[in-house]
Ligand binder design. Structure first.
Ligand SMILES: [Zn+2]
Length: 432
C-alpha cells in the first residue's frame, strides 16, 4: 500500500535515536508507511507539506500493556480494599458482557489511546477474535493476545491458534500481529504454561503474562510448591527476552534479580499498581538487573484513563518515592520507557520507538504553546512532567494521519462513543 510522500514540518523534532538528536526546527519525511529522512527543514521540500509548526514531533508512544475493552468498566471499581478488586469487583462485571459489547467497547478504548498519542499497543483480553476486529479497524499498530486460563485452556489455545493464523506473529509483515497471552501465574498451571512455551517456540509468537500482580496470586503459586511467581515461570522457561510480564509488583529482591538476569521484558503500569494495590513495582532493581522496562496504561478502569503522558509522570514520581531519591528514573528514562524501550520490550525496536530513516512512519506531535507548556526550556521534562494526552496535535501510524487536534480522521467518534455507551448501559445497575 503506497501513500504520498509527506513532509512534516515542526518547531522541534525529538528523534530519541541513540544520540538523543533534536532538530529545531526540523522535518520528518514520510515515504508511504516508512520514515524517509529526519533532519533540518529542507530548502525545497518535495511532497505534501503537513504544517505542524508550533508542535514537537516525537516517536509514536508505545503502550506495553492494556485491555481496550475494559474501557466499559471505567468508574465501577473504585477504591477497593486490597485483594478484592479482581475477584470481588471485576469478575462479576465481566460476566455481564458478550463479545459484541466487548468489540464496541474496545473501539472506544482504541479511540481514547489514539487521541492521547499512542500508536502501538499490546492488547490482551477474552474474546480477542471480536476485540481484534476493533483494534485492526482503529488503525493502531498492535499485538493482540487472547487470555488463556486453566479452566478454559483447550478452547483458549484453539482461539490463540486461530488468532495466529489470522494475523501471523511477525510485526514486520502486519500492522496487527498475534501473541500468546496466558492470564497469570495463579490462573495458569504448569501443563498449560508448558504448552504456551511450545506454541511460542513453534510460531515465534511473543508471550504476555501478568506476573505477581497481587498477594493472592503469590499465595496461590506458593501453595503449589513454588518459591514465588517469578521462580515458577522460570522453571517453565517463561522468564526470557521473548516474554513480557505485566506489573511484577510482588517480587522479592532475589526474584526481581532473576527476572532481570533473564532479560525478561516488564510492562510497568505505575498508576494501576498504585490505585489497585497501593504498591510500586521494584523497577529500579529490575532495571539494574537487566530487565527491559516499558510503560503500560493498563485498562481504563484501573487508573482511570489510558494516557501514557500521565503514566510517564506518575512512573517518575512513584519511582522517586520508592527509591527515596528524587534523581531516580529521570525524565529521559521515563520518556524512553514509553517509546524506544517500550518498543524493545515488545521486540519491535527495529520498526518503531525512534524517529530514524527506515523505521515505520509512526509519529506523535505535541503542542509547545500555552501557559501549561511554556516556557519550553527542556523538551524532555516538558513532555514527561507537563504535557497531557490532550496536548497531542497529530498522530500518524504507518504513514496515515489518524488524528489531528484531538479529532480522529478515520473513525466515527460519535458512533463509537454511542456504541460504547450502549455496552456500558448493561452495567448500569452494577451498584444496585
Ligand atoms: Zn492487565
Amino acid at each position: 500500500m503506497s501513500s504520498p510522500r509527506r513532509v512534516l514540518l515542526a518547531t522541534q523534532v525529538l528523534t530519541l535515536d541513540p544520540a538523543n538528536t533534536i532538530f529545531a526546527p526540523g522535518a520528518v519525511v514520510l515515504d508511504g508507511n516508512t520514515i524517509g529522512s529526519v533532519g533540518p527543514v529542507p530548502e525545497q521540500p518535495e511532497g505534501e507539506i503537513v504544517d505542524l509548526r508550533g508542535s514537537i514531533l516525537l516517536p509514536g508512544l508505545v503502550n506495553t500493556h492494556t485491555h481496550t475493552p475494559m474501557w466499559v468498566f471505567r468508574g465501577l471499581t473504585e477504591d477497593v480494599p486490597r485483594g478484592e478488586w479482581l475477584t470481588g469487583r471485576l469478575l462479576p462485571l465481566e460476566r455481564r458482557l458478550g463479545p459484541e459489547d466487548l468489540r464496541m467497547a474496545a473501539l472506544a478504548g482504541c479511540l481514547e489511546l489514539l487521541q492521547n498519542g499512542v500508536t502501538t499497543i499490546a492488547d490482551r483480553y477474552g474474546h480477542m477474535d471480536a476485540v481484534a476486529t476493533s483494534v485492526e479497524a482503529s488503525g493502531l499498530r498492535a499485538v493482540v493476545g487472547h487470555s488463556l486460563f486453566d479452566r478454559t485452556g483447550e478452547a483458549d489455545l484453539a482461539r490463540t491458534e486461530r488468532l495466529i493464523d489470522r494475523f501471523g506473529t511477525d510485526p514486520a509483515r502486519s500492522r496487527v500481529w498475534a501473541g500468546v497471552a496466558p492470564h497469570a501465574t495463579d490462573t495458569c498451571g504448569p501443563d498449560l504454561l508448558r504448552r504456551v512455551r511450545r506454541l511460542s517456540d513453534r510460531t515465534g509468537a511473543r508471550v504476555f503474562i501478568h506476573l505477581a500482580q497481587s498477594e493472592e496470586e503469590v499465595g496461590a503459586v506458593v501453595a503449589r510448591g513454588a518459591s514465588g511467581c517469578a521462580a515458577y515461570l522460570d522453571g517453565l522457561g517463561l522468564l526470557a527476552p521473548d516474554v513480557v510480564v505485566a506489573h511484577a509488583t510482588y517480587l522479592s529482591d532475589a526474584e526481581a534479580d532473576l527476572v532481570g538476569h533473564r532479560r525478561t521484558a516488564v510492562a510497568h503500569c505505575p498508576s494501576s499498581n498504585a490505585k489497585i494495590e497501593g504498591r510500586v513495582a521494584p523497577i529500579a532493581r529490575l532495571r539494574r538487573a537487566g530487565a527491559v522496562v516499558g510503560l503500560g496504561t493498563d485498562a481504563a478502569c484501573c487508573n482511570n484513563g489510558m494516557d501514557l503522558f500521565e503514566e510517564m509522570k506518575i512512573a517518575g514520581l512513584l519511582n522517586k518515592v520508592a527509591s527515596d531519591d528524587p534523581a531516580a528514573l529521570p525524565a529521559i528514562d521515563a520518556l524512553r520507557a514509553a517509546t524506544s524501550e517500550a518498543a524493545r520490550a515488545l521486540g519491535i525496536d527495529h520498526l518503531v520507538g525512534s524517529l530514524e530513516p527506515g523505521k515505520r512512519a509512526d509519529v506523535t506531535a505535541v503542542r509547545m504553546g500555552g501557559p501549561r507548556l511554556m516556557p519550553w526550556h527542556d523538551p524532555i521534562a516538558n513532555l514527561v512532567y507537563a504535557a497531557r494526552g490532550s496536548d497531542v496535535t497529530a498522530v500518524f501510524v504507518d504513514g496515515r494521519l489518524l488524528a489531528r487536534d484531538g479529532q480522529p480522521l478515520c473513525l466515527d467518534s460519535e458512533r463509537i462513543l454511542a456504541d460504547g455507551a450502549q455496552a456500558a448501559r448493561r452495567l448500569g445497575d452494577a451498584h444496585d
